[in-house]
Each structure stands twice: as structure tokens, then as C-alpha cells.
Design a protein around this ligand. Sequence first.
Ligand SMILES: NC(=O)c1ccc[n+]([C@@H]2O[C@H](COP(=O)([O-])OP(=O)(O)OC[C@H]3O[C@@H](n4cnc5c(N)ncnc54)[C@H](O)[C@@H]3O)[C@@H](O)[C@H]2O)c1
Length: 417
Amino acid sequence: MTRRRYAVVGTGARAERHVRAIAVEHADTCELVAFADVNRTRMAAHNERLAHPVPTYDAADFLKMLTEQRVDVVVVTTVDRFHDTYIIEALDAGCDVVTEKPMTTDVPSAGKILDAVDRNDGSVTVTFNYRYNPIHEKVRALLADGAVGEIGSVHFEWLLDARHGADYFRRWHRDKANSGGLMVHKATHHFDLLNWWVGSVPETVYAQGRLFFYGDENGERHGHADDDRFDIDLERDDWLKKLYVDARHEDGYRRDQNPFEPGVSIEDDMSVLVRYASGANLTYHLTAYSPWEGYRLMVNGSQGRMELEVVENSWVSGRLSAVHGTTADPEQGWAKLSVQRLFEERADVPLRFDREGHGGADERMAAALYGPAGQEDPLGRRATHHDGVLSLLTGFAANRSFETGEAVRVADLLALR
Ligand SMILES: NC(=O)c1ccc[n+]([C@@H]2O[C@H](COP(=O)([O-])OP(=O)(O)OC[C@H]3O[C@@H](n4cnc5c(N)ncnc54)[C@H](O)[C@@H]3O)[C@@H](O)[C@H]2O)c1
């Protein structure tokens, strides 16, 4: 079998999952041929883990890399604000693209990606790993089967705990120009799930959001500014030390900023009201400073109601567990799903709950993306540039609504084709 030639641009933490899938788990269908990044130390750290290290390129030589290494597929795992440049250049060079979420961070760049898809033959796949979580698949299958009838309204609340949530305020995400804020960077996952579950597209969005917890003024106001339970110790984890501490001298990238330092331009508490083209209404809330992490979904339909509660971490402690992967906390998680038809008792739906790799989703998505071509996908989990844009439009509209205080018609942002 001919193996497709993959290059990865942006060799930080998330790249590791793709590199492992390409170079190890799916080496029979894929060949890893190159890395590109602005930071040579980080590329070298990834190469150290490979049985067959690959050539590394400065990000400025991205196009040279595509030609020299005869790249078939580019995997984009850079800082969000640079996704569009690499997606477009890769498509124009005749490659396919696998991009991490969010596909991009603003309306103009989303339009440019759509143009690039139109003028080229290559495809863009957005790695919405949440779709591959068995719990989310179950929700999709039940709703598509009419478990609650026609969907009238949805309520979705997502809580990031004060360890995970704080992470977005320690790094480049804290600058809205880099990430689009959590409405884009994080909620692209959630709005994608909602579009997929509801089976419709967002039409009108009204939102309110603010920075309530993180940032210098809030830290002082709430008495958290000097709380060392929000510190992160990168030296405690060999991999994170290599990626960030040892690589810092090249680009000054600080992975461990204090979330209560000045300079935060994103929100940490956001409420969104969405009207779907199907007529369904959504109320959505995202909080980034909760004592526990997880989410609650409620779907009201013409024939009944679905309720889902997923607790990923029932609590988190501070400092010692701040580095992902070194936790020894007695954290617990669970998932409960039920459907109640009108005039019937509630029926619990059995679920498999798995906390690893986004509920096992990362591994399942890697198999679908990097395994043999032509795999069946009855639930339509594989997400295209179209799904990528649709998931972003709610967040773009919410960001605009934060600024204007007005409801935003999604069609006024971008004409979808
Ligand atoms: N699907 C998921 O569950 C999931 C989880 C984590 C991260 N992600 C996504 O993966 C991407 C990377 O996140 P991360 O946590 O690995 O970040 P990171 O900061 O660890 O890595 C980003 C990398 O991009 C590089 N970079 C910066 N500027 C660049 C440029 N101009 N050109 C090329 N490379 C550049 C950095 O040097 C760094 O190596 C983000 O888009 C993020 O949203 C997705």
C-alpha cells in the first residue's frame, strides 16, 4: 500500500497526539516526513521521541518543505492565529489539510479559507475529536433517531475547572488576537457538537460575556492574585520542561504566566442565545473558573426530553496537580444520560465513561483520520471546512454581540456556499 506523506506544522503539546498517530499507530498507512515550527528546540524534542527522526524546517521555509519532502497532507497544530496561513498555502500547493480546531480565529480568514478550498482540489478536515467521544455519538444517534421528536430547544452548560480553565489565561490564548477568545478557541468544539446534534445551522446570535475571574483587577478583587494554587510548575514534567522551559530561550514563549497578570483580553464567563434555522433555540453558557469540570445538556423535544450530565473531574486541587499528567488527586468522573418520553417514566441510557484522551475520542479520531481510506462513517463524524466554519460562526457572532450589545445575524458575517 502507498503511504501518504505527512508534515506537521506547529510542534507544541497537541502535535504529539498527531505525530504518534502518524508515525507509530498508523505507520502502515502514513509516513511522517517533516516538521515545521518557529522553534527548533521544540521540533528537536519531538524528534527525540521518534524511532526515525524527520527533517525540520523553520516556519518561514514552509513552502520549501512541502516541495522538498513531497508532502501529501499538512497537519496544522500551530497557535490558532496562524492556522489560516498554513491551511491556504498547503491547499494552494496541492496538499490535503488536517487542522486542529479552531479552523481559524476571525471572519476574514474564514472567508479566505473557503476561497482556497473552492479554487483547489485538496480537502480540509477539522479535528473535532469531541464528535468521536462515544457519549457524544450516542446523543447524536438518539436525537437523529427521534428519541425526543423534533427539537424545540437546547440548554448546554460547559464548566472548565480552575486548573484547566486557568491554563487559557497562562498562555497565548489570553490574547484574543491569538485565539479569538474562548467563544472561538474552546466553544468551537461545543458549537460543532450542537450543530451536529441539532442537525441545523445557527441563524441569529445574542451574547454577553465578561472577564470576571482572571486578570489583574479581578485577581485582586477576589483575593486570588497571590494564591500559589494557580501556579504551574513545568519543571515537574520532563516533556513539558523540554517543550517549554528548555525552548524558551529561542522565542520567549512563556507557558506558565500567572493568570492574574495584566494583559488578558479574553472573557472567562459567557452566555449565548442562538436561534437555529430549524427554529430550535439554544441557551449556552461557558465558565472557565469552576470547582469541577464537565457539562450538562438538556434537549426539549416534541416527544420528550433528554438530559446528559458529564462530570470529568469532580474537583481539582491546586499547585501540585497544576501540570496535566502528574496529578495524584482522588478526582472522580461519571456520565449520566436519560431520555424521558412524554407521559412515560425516565429511561436511563447505559454509557461507557472513559476519562483518557477526551473519553477515548482522540484515539478513535486518529484511527478514522490516519487509518485506511474508505472507512464507514454512518454518524457523519468526519468534519470538513464547512463544519469548521459553521462551528465558528456562532462564536464570531457572539464576539461581535459582546462588543455591540446587539443580536447578530450569522448571514451578515459570512456568505456560506
Ligand atoms: N482538539 C483538542 O482537544 C486540542 C487540544 C489541545 C490543543 N488543540 C489545538 O492545537 C493547537 C496547538 O495547541 P498546543 O496546546 O499544542 O499549543 P502549543 O503552544 O503547545 O504549541 C503551538 C506551537 O506552534 C508553534 N508556532 C507558533 N507560531 C508559529 C508560526 N508562526 N508558525 C509555525 N509554528 C508556530 C509554537 O512554537 C509551538 O510549538 C491549537 O490550535 C489548539 O487549539 C486542540
